[in-house]
Design a protein around this ligand. Structure first.
Ligand SMILES: NC(=O)c1ccc[n+]([C@@H]2O[C@H](COP(=O)([O-])OP(=O)(O)OC[C@H]3O[C@@H](n4cnc5c(N)ncnc54)[C@H](O)[C@@H]3O)[C@@H](O)[C@H]2O)c1
Length: 291
């Protein structure tokens, strides 16, 4: 199938990045959210990020304006029904995602491919609640989308070969690299990354190190470009906790038990950069560790 138009659901940090890369690659993009504020902020952020690409001579100003012109926003989910490919990038909660697909379904063209950018939730289960499990896939972009090279492609048990091949072609058109993962909790990247982040939070919780010493240790001692707590703030602590819960429930192994300190930060509404406070406090000039 030749994909020309893309619907993006959720204009948060992933949704705006996904809209950005598809628009630059020449696809028409329609982005929706439940919040007009989120849509406005996403469009402003896409413009800022494109400006940065122009100033670094990665794209021309004409390409930037053409990309901006390819993105439209709407608060009306049904309007995405006419697109060729839908990418759901709303909050990491299964009830939210299932409700979105249920509401969208009556408005979809028969051939539209449905995908979810979920970090961890079963693709087979999400797909089974739609009318097109054979044309449903996990389409997992990494954060920040314009920068990160990898896209994980996850087939549900019913996904057909044509859908998989279509998405492979789309990834190629985006200039990114696809890795295929089987449909098990958190797939490949987060199956490995999240337990490490969770262990870093345990290390903090048990007083083995401070926020700064843990991050410095992993940057300088393991050559990670970001410390695990800094990375957790970047991803969003609510998303990290949601993924750990999916791993814990799905694999029934205590090694995936979310650290109580992670739960506490999320309960406090300290979700990381997006709320200006997480393991670091971002409200001042420079991030200040909270512990
Ligand atoms: N943050 C990451 O590093 C990362 C990386 C890869 C994948 N993901 C996945 O991407 C998805 C989005 O994560 P995010 O970090 O962008 O979250 P976010 O909190 O930044 O944004 C989520 C957006 O979804 C919107 N939303 C909630 N319910 C909605 C609905 N019913 N309809 C439309 N919009 C709705 C919210 O208003 C918000 O703007 C999650 O599934 C997450 O697991 C996140």
């Amino acid at each position: 199938m030749d994909i020309k138009s893309v619907g993006v659901i959720g204009a948060g940090q992933m949704g705006n990045g996904i809209a950005h890369v598809f628009a630059v690659a020449g696809f028409d993009v329609m982005m929706t959210d439940i919040s007009q504020d989120a849509l406005d902020q996403a469009m402003a952020l896409i413009r800022r990020n494109l400006e940065r690409q122009v100033s670094r001579e990665k794209i021309s100003r004409e390409d930037m304006e053409a990309a901006m012109a390819r993105i439209t926003t709407t608060l009306k989910l049904p309007e995405l029904g006419q697109t060729d490919l839908v990418i759901e990038a709303a909050t990491e909660r299964e009830t939210v995602k299932s409700a979105i697909f249920e509401d969208l379904q009556p408005h979809l063209k028969p051939e539209t491919i449905l995908t979810s950018n979920t970090s961890s939730i079963s693709i087979t289960r999400l797909a089974s609640r739609t009318d097109r499990p054979e044309r449903f896939m996990g389409f997992h972009f990494m954060n920040p989308v314009p920068v990160m090279q990898l896209v994980e492609l996850i087939r549900g048990i019913a996904t057909d070969e044509a859908t998989y091949k279509t998405l492979l072609g789309v990834v190629e058109k985006l200039g990114k690299t696809a890795a295929s993962a089987e449909d098990f909790p958190a797939f490949i990247v987060n199956r490995i990354l999240m337990p490490m982040i969770n262990e870093a939070v345990y290390t903090l919780y048990e007083g083995v190190g401070s926020v700064r010493s843990i991050d410095e240790s992993m940057k300088l001692g393991a050559n990670h470009p970001m410390g695990p707590l800094e990375l957790a703030d970047f991803i969003g602590l609510d998303t990290c906790l949601a993924i750990m819960n999916v791993l814990h429930d799905g694999l029934a192994d205590t090694k995936y038990r979310p650290c109580p300190l992670l739960t506490k930060y999320v309960e406090a509404g300290w979700l990381g950069r997006k709320t200006q406070r997480g393991f670091y406090d971002y409200r001042g000039e420079v991030p200040v560790p909270t512990r």
